[in-house]
Design a protein around this ligand. Sequence first.
Ligand SMILES: *Cc1c(COP(=O)(O)O)cnc(C)c1O
Length: 490
Amino acid sequence: MSEKDSSVQNDVTGDEFLKEAFKIVMEEAVQNATDRSHKVCEWMEPEQLRRVLDLNLRSHGESQDVLLGYCRDIIRLSVKTGHPRFFNQLFSGLDRHALTGRIISETLNTSQYTYEVAPVFVLMEDEILRTLRSIIGWKTGDGIFCPGGSISNMYALNVARFQQFPHCKEKGLHALPRLTVFTSQESHYSIQKGAAFLGIGTDNVILVQINDRGEMMPEDLEYKIQTVKSEGSVPLMVSTTCGTTVLGAFDPLQGIADVCERHGVWLHVDAAWGGSALLSSTHRHLLNGIERADSVTWNPHKLLGVGLQCSAFLLQDTTGLLERCHAANATYLFQTDKFYDLKYDTGDKSIQCGRKVDCLKLWLMWKALGSEGLEKRVDGALENTRYLAEEMKRRTGFILVMEPQFVNLCFWYVPPSLRNQETSPNFWDRLGKVAPIIKERMMKKGSMMVGYQPNGNRVNFFRQIVVNPEVTKEDLDFFLDEIEKLAEDL
Ligand SMILES: *Cc1c(COP(=O)(O)O)cnc(C)c1O
């Protein structure tokens, strides 16, 4: 198989390789990676990992067998985010229909910018965005799939600024007054990043007070907007969060929308995490008032389990704001004398040129499950959270940070040696050191993964997230037993 033109691979041997590789993917990255009898992760120190993996790029090509060996190693040494005991992130699970959509879009390898090269996907994206908007409660509007919620939030900032200061596109920052953005300290850090990236400045991100559940307080928002105005700066946008990343809190949209209306400020809802609750008739009340927003970020790759990445930026605008804000009218892509209706060339709404197809995986999964199936998925995640919260109350050692109102279940685990010492002066300091040790142990064992963090003045606590629909009650009992076991001697 070796003596041949090494620059050619799309021949019979290339197809053979692909078939063999698909077998490996199916066996190791799909079946074993979601099988409870296999590990979630295979921890190695970076030095060791570098020795085990042959990462060096060389002048000569290597044999098919060696390449297939690399494929196996890569899968074996990677974290299995589709495993029923991976609770570390706001995404997990491996939906087979969505995966099929991902494989097809990767294989077709097109760019979402023009109807010419992506006829099916242009129409599909349009249809999905329309559906998502109607679930929000909007009859019309606009939108685009972005490479992640952080970028969707940055779009919101840029579009809000363009709407108020259209000449900013040509004149730049120096033609603008000082602009301010309002958000809570629990909001996602991409608001800070966006303010830095777009030249607004992180000092001009004003943090609005939260209550003890992590929800923005509209009275403080009103006060802070008035203060900023009296200092001569322009309130640009209020970025609320529905489903905060750590605590899973929902800002009260009705009260905040009243404040925004009064001051004529753009209302953005970052529902990257919580947006999928809109699909549940039981839980959509968490986002009451979302229809009053100017723009929304919603990541189906999180709670719905579509696969990274799938993030929709949606807006109520019908004046072509998105396109006007970002268009550069490149004549080699968006020719004005094309033989079809130019409204199907949606690429100039984006800040990108080439853009991946993110709609097919969601579309195929939605077709397979129906909205009813998606609703069950959301309800199931909340039921699992409820179950875990009740179990934790029955067991000793588990302390809830607060009653969960969403999927985020935040808790401390008090190991045997620290029990009944809550009043001792260094209890919280010592408790804060527990989560990192338990985390290290679970990863070295490969039994499960769950995240921890400090938050405000709270010391390190775990944030348990169950979004994988494959997770059973037994998995949840395993999770609790495993924490107890890993901390037995602490
Ligand atoms: C995850 C998250 C984001 C960022 O989304 P990415 O797709 O990871 O960039 C933004 N906001 C909230 C509330 C999130 O939970």
